[in-house]
Design a protein around this ligand. Structure first.
Ligand code: GLU
Length: 487
């Protein structure tokens, strides 16, 4: 049996988009599920779109997400070079283009800009493209030779007949047939000598023994032309899997405007890599059961590309947030703390036990930036409304709270040990002596020391972190507010 070989073939044109990462992930999973090889190929033939630093982003992302490639520019596996501009220098594309010319499947085209500009145009997928009229197909061999000898600039075009149909197969979409008349004679080799993506992807996938090609379905419409190239060479085409579009909540193509269209955006927004990868795996694929949380290793075991869906995948940030929260809950504390620390330090500049505070929020946040809203009161007591002292279930109101705070103030003043346990024992003793219910006392204390309706921890844990001096200051402040509000 042939070994499964997949490739991730990014163009270094900028950030790592969610769609790119999904293609890489699926390629990786298909290969690893079958014990095959996952290869990285850099497609840099469009020199105009090349962005400095983009290749580094690709390496960094694959490394961070754990999508380890078996072969690539930095890891020779015998199929190199792995960068298309370097492959070009070996003459491989020109050699195959000439082979097609010999077979009558391609031809030299010497038309200049002006002539091309005068051609009929057609709108294809929103873009106006000119339909080449096969003018140069009519040149005799001698004319071509003379033009070449004179150094006239040229491109090489695919020769697609006007009659007949071309059929190719996609794993998700099935057999797709297209009228040849609808296919233009696309450029294979550009005037600068570089191959187009359209040509290079075919030559490379074949010569690099690629068995499965996963890519966005924007390539679906060009695939018949690629199929014709495979057929012309007599090569077997790889298994095609064209992935559905990823849309935002408004069913528009996920774009920069959504604010979360790239891996880097998501990291900046405080998502963790494992959750992002897990979530992206589910953008178009689902397992047999409804399970949603998977480690990369579990994805490798479960991933069956036949279960990829062709309906558009909606990028649901609410769901990703939930999933991220699950990852944070499951994370070991030290790792969590290391990642949470910068977010804690941003709001908490006082001398506070940040580890204790981190432990309080670990199970309560979905993403790191949520931290601020949970812990800001430790830094400074916010202004609050005394109405917060009234709690139906705890049976408290402003009057009872004032009384309780006045009673506990001397107790807390006398208390030396401000550890959570010791404070708790002291307060429970007082509760029992008075015959109160716990909440009747803890609610006003918690309100006074936090100024918040919701806190990531109970009253005594907050007292412990604040320490004696600050805790007493806040209780006294509570008394003062209640006396004012009460009068
Ligand atoms: N270089 C193409 C891109 O980045 C790759 C498409 C493919 O995987 O064939 O979109």
């Amino acid at each position: 049996m042939t070994k499964i070989r997949t490739r991730y073939a990014p163009s270094p044109t900028g950030k790592m988009h969610v769609g790119n990462l999904r293609s890489a992930l699926y390629e990786f999973l298909i290969a690893k599920h079958a014990g095959g090889d996952f290869m990285l190929r850099i497609e840099d033939t469009d020199q105009e779109r090349f962005v400095e630093g983009a290749t580094e982003i690709i390496y960094r992302t694959l490394d961070k997400t754990g999508l380890k490639h078996d072969e690539g520019p930095d890891k020779d596996g015998g199929f190199g070079p792995y960068v298309q501009s370097e492959r070009m220098k070996t003459g491989i594309y020109m050699k195959y283009a000439k082979e097609l010319i010999e077979k009558g499947e391609a031809y030299y085209c010497f038309c200049d800009k002006e002539r091309l500009a005068s051609l009929k145009t057609e709108v294809v997928e929103g873009k106006e493209i000119s339909i080449y009229d096969k003018h140069c197909l009519g040149l005799s061999r001698e004319e071509v030779e003379a033009n070449l000898a004179a150094g006239k600039p040229f491109v090489i075009r695919q020769n697609i007949p006007n009659e007949g149909t071309t059929t190719f197969h996609d794993e998700l979409y099935g057999d797709i047939s297209v009228e040849n008349a609808e296919l233009d004679d696309m450029i294979l080799i550009k005037s600068d000598g570089y191959p187009t993506y359209n040509f290079a992807n075919v030559v490379d996938d074949h010569t690099m023994n690629i068995t499965h090609v996963v890519r966005g379905n924007e390539y679906l419409s060009s695939s018949p032309k690629y199929q014709r190239l495979y057929d012309a060479f007599g090569w077997e085409s790889p298994v095609y899997i064209h992935l559905p579009l990823i849309t935002d909540e408004n069913h528009k193509k996920l774009s920069k405007r959504s604010g979360h269209s790239s891996f880097e955006d998501l990291l900046e927004q405080g998502f963790v890599t494992e959750a992002i990868v897990n979530y992206i795996a589910l953008l178009g694929w689902s397992p047999e059961d409804n399970r949603e949380i998977f480690t990369l290793q579990e994805l490798i075991e479960q991933f069956d590309y036949h279960r990829i869906s062709k309906s558009p995948a909606v990028f649901d940030i609410v769901k990703l947030r939930w999933m991220n929260g699950e990852y944070l809950k499951a994370m070991d504390f030290d790792t969590f703390y290391e990642m949470a620390e910068p977010y804690l330090k941003e709001v908490l500049t006082k001398d506070l036990d940040l580890k204790k505070i981190a432990a309080m929020v670990k199970t309560r946040i979905e993403v790191f930036p949520d931290i601020a809203g949970h812990v800001d009161f430790f830094q400074e007591l916010p202004e609050y409304d005394v109405a917060m002292y009234t709690h139906k279930k705890m049976k408290t109101n402003t009057e009872s709270s004032l009384q309780v705070l006045k009673e506990v103030l001397p107790i807390l003043e006398a208390q030396e040990d401000y550890s959570n346990d010791a404070l708790y024992q002291t307060l429970v003793k007082y509760v029992e002596e008075k015959g109160y219910k716990n909440g009747f006392v803890m609610w006003p204390i918690r309100t006074a020391v936090s100024g918040k309706q919701m806190t990531p921890a109970g009253a005594t844990e907050i007292l412990e972190v604040l320490g004696k001096e600050e805790s007493l200051r806040r209780i006294r402040k509570g008394i003062e507010l209640l006396e004012k509000g009460y009068a």
